[in-house]
Design a protein around this ligand. Structure first.
Ligand code: AMP
Length: 150
């Protein structure tokens, strides 16, 4: 077992680890599924946040959700991409944390999520906390601690 330096990881702040909102690919309420699929495909991400013009977070939209929503009985109904809007099909119950949340709360949520949406106390979307960023930081701390022990 590896003992981490006392408190070092738990002292980390979400603000220091998250990808800020201006660098997060997203779609807006009112966008149709064709636009959402375009953003998802161009960005290479499987799921992205759905925001309103005031940067309030409403849900997540993903390629599997979109494909499932246009699946007909005998064929994929691509013409529906233009007619349907993200708010009709997006996932509304999503993992979200406040910028002030402690990192151990995030760790527990990240066991089952590739990323968490981060909001300010006023419920404005602040960014996302990807699991990979947190793991990268833990990896660095573990390696540094192993060096100190040698
Ligand atoms: P990663 O760990 O970097 O592969 O990210 C995991 C997931 O977080 C991705 O599949 C996306 O759904 C989401 N994600 C990461 N970075 C961004 C970003 N800049 N904009 C939107 N979504 C992102």
């Amino acid at each position: 077992m590896i003992n981490l330096p006392n408190g070092e990881f738990l002292d980390l702040k979400i603000n220091e680890l998250m990808i800020p909102s201006e660098r997060v690919a997203h779609v807006q309420i009112g966008n149709n599924l064709e636009h959402a699929l375009l953003v998802l495909t161009k960005s290479g991400y499987t799921a992205i946040p759905v925001l309103d013009p005031h940067y309030k977070l409403h849900g997540l939209i993903s390629t599997p959700i979109i494909m499932d929503s246009i699946l007909g009985l005998e064929r994929i109904e691509f013409e529906q991409l233009e007619q349907k809007h993200v708010e009709e099909v997006m996932k509304k119950t999503i993992p979200r944390v406040k910028t002030t949340a402690s990192i151990d709360v995030c760790l527990e949520l990240l066991i089952n999520q590739p990323f968490l949406c981060v909001e300010t106390d006023d419920e404005v979307f602040a960014g996302i906390l990807p699991r990979s960023t947190v793991l990268e930081r833990i990896d660095k701390i573990v390696k540094r601690f192993k060096q100190i022990q040698q």
